[in-house]
Every structure is written in structure tokens, then in C-alpha cells.
Design a protein around this ligand. Sequence first.
Ligand code: NAD
Ligand code: DAU
Length: 344
Amino acid sequence: MRILVTGGAGFIGSNFVRMLASERPGWSIRVLDKLTYAGRRDNLADLESSGRLEFRVGDICDPAASGSAVDGCDVVVNFAAETHVDRSIDDPAAFVRTDVEGVRTLLEAFRASGGRLFLQISTDEVYGSVETGRSSEDDPLAPRSPYSASKAGGELLAMSFFHTWGVPVVVTRASNNYGPYQYPEKLVPLFVTNCFEGLPLPLYGDGLNRRDWLYVEDHCRALLAVVERATPGRIYNIGAGEEHTNLEVTGTILELTGADRSLVRMIDDRPGHDRRYALDISRISFDLGWSPSIRFEEGMARTVEWYRSNRAWWEEIKSGRFREYYMAMYADRLAAGKSVEADL
Ligand code: NAD
Ligand code: DAU
């Protein structure tokens, strides 16, 4: 098996590559990554230096880079994307470029190569905000942020290659991941590292938005099952059934880090903030026999421990250009923020 993992230097991609490297010793692994602000080659440095993988720096929007990376691969797993909703509100163009046009470019390269499977990693955000019940794969798409609209465009294009030319495509839609190597712009790593630094925790709106929290290792195991056993043309939801409000997540982080609740600041909301996502995962359970195995409390304990033991990893990120992003995103809102009233 020769597998190309695009976006392999990012959070989920690097966890997936690590799982492949240890659990599929016979597979040959190639990574293609543009190394944007979110990608870190260091995340895979040990595997690269031991010769366990081939690392290529390149952009999926570049036909030459995509073409040569796909060449000779049986399977392509496309994690490469702009991924942060708040950034998509500031700069939608970068999202359309990679998450739509980049997917098209990679699909064209894959179609020409005649590979066995193209797995497009999508998101539960394509269903839009779901006030009650759970989204099934056949539900209509209703994305509401530039990020989720771009991801919907990317996965629709991928399925169009299946319907039009019979290109063997599978799409997965996962819920909110958390775990090691997550860039500290996202809720969990931002709040965990801010607790360690004694910095405020900027909670948007009333803190009652709900997400389904999926430990990254569970997600990667589901993706491995998809790569090995899924039928082309299928779409699979991947969630943990661990629905928690942002206030609850914050309470868990405070407890595990031992930080004080006075750090919490209720700040102005994200524009168009989706209230809730929730997934029905019956299809992947029945078809592929996958179910999540790591409960929220266990996954969060492991995550906090990883950030505690890998301080150099996140301190380097937070001391670089992240600071400018953080100030632009939070300084004014934090200055006008309020302390938390509710119990955590
Ligand atoms: P991430 O931001 O941590 O990593 C993205 C990676 O893609 C980085 O290494 C970056 O350098 C690379 N990249 C960006 N643009 C590229 C381009 N044009 N060409 C090549 N490489 C490029 O993202 P993540 O959280 O690991 O998410 C991975 C995938 O999973 C994304 O497609 C995302 O939409 C999807 N997803 C994420 C979550 C989540 O909770 N994090 C949930 C569901 C789905
Ligand atoms: O649902 C899957 C999606 O989950 C992925 O497709 C995205 O790539 C990923 O970024 C994530 O999107 P969210 O917007 O849900 O994740 P984020 O960590 O940015 O926010 C989680 C919740 O926490 C959300 O309700 C917004 C809130 N939040 C976030 C940040 C960064 C805050 O209250 N304060 C913050 O500072």
C-alpha cells in the first residue's frame, strides 16, 4: 500500500500518520504539506529522520506538486485545508482557494493517476447549526461560515468526480477533534495553554454553544477503517456522542489544570456562531464496525497531560506570529469582557 497524506504536518494529519507508521509497518507513506502557519514539519521529524516517511513541501493548489505527489499512490487522504472558522471570517479567500480549488486540483491529479481511493476529510459543520436531533449523511447541507461553505464545496466537488467519472471517492464528516498537536488557536488547546500561563479564557457569547467532542485517536482509527474497508461513493459521519457546552468544556479544563475560574472572560460572540452540531453515526458503525472508545473525561485528561509535558511545542508557537493573531482577535473583546456568572 502506498498512501499520500496531504496536510500531514497539521493536527489530525500528523496523528493519522503516526498511527499508520506504527500500525501499518508495510505501508509506504508520503506527506504533502504547504506548511502554512498551522503546519509543522517538526511534528513528524522523528518519522522523517528514521526514513519511515517521505515529506514533500508543496501546495495542493499547484497542479505540478499535486500531480507528482499523487503519482504511484494507491490511496490519497486529503486533510490539507484552512481550518479555523474565526480566520475564515477575516479572510474567506484563503479558504476558497485551498478548501475548494485545492481539492479540485488534487482530484484532477488523482483521476489521472488511477488510484484506488480518494478520501476527502470533511466536517460536521457542512450541516449547519442543528438545534435538535442528529444529522444523518443524507440530510441537506446548510453551511453558514466561509469555512464550512468552502468545505461543503470541496466535498461536493469530490462526490461530483465519483458520479461523473467513477473516481473512487469517499467523504467523511467528523465532529470537533481534540488531542495532542492541535494548534493553540482552537478552543481546547487555547484554553489549556492559557490556564498554564495564567491568561484569560475568552468564552464567546453565553458559552452555551454545543459541540460533539471527538478524541483525535478515535477519529484516526475511524479513518483507517474507511481507508481499508469503505465502499467508494459513500459518505460517513464520525462523532463521539460526547455533546458538551463550551462552559462545560471550560469547567473540565479548569479542573484538570487546577486553574482558577476567575480566568474565564465572557466576550463578544463569533459572528454567525453555530449553536450546535450533533451527528448520527449509525452508518459507520453498521458498515465498518467502528465506534468511539475514548470518553470525554479520559481524552481531556490525556490532552491536558500532553500539553503539560510538551510545553516547548506550544510555547514556541505562542511566542511567534501567533501573538499578532491573538491580539487582533482578542485584545479589544477581552478588555470589554465580563467575568463568568454561571457555575462551571
Ligand atoms: P490543521 O489546521 O491543524 O492542519 C491543516 C494542515 O494543512 C496544515 O499542516 C497546513 O500546513 C496544511 N495545508 C493548508 N493549506 C494547504 C495547501 N494549500 N496545500 C497543502 N497543505 C496545506 O487542521 P486539522 O484540524 O488537522 O484538520 C485537518 C482536516 O480535518 C481539515 O480538512 C479539516 O477541515 C478537517 N476537520 C477538522 C476537524 C477538527 O476539529 N480539527 C473536524 C472535522 C474535520
Ligand atoms: O465541528 C468540526 C469543526 O470543529 C472543524 O471542522 C473545524 O476545523 C474546527 O476548527 C472546529 O470548529 P469550531 O469552530 O467548532 O472550533 P473552535 O475550537 O474554534 O471553537 C469551538 C467552540 O468554542 C465554538 O463554539 C466557538 C468557541 N470558542 C472558540 C474559541 C477559539 C470560544 O468560546 N472561544 C474561543 O476563543
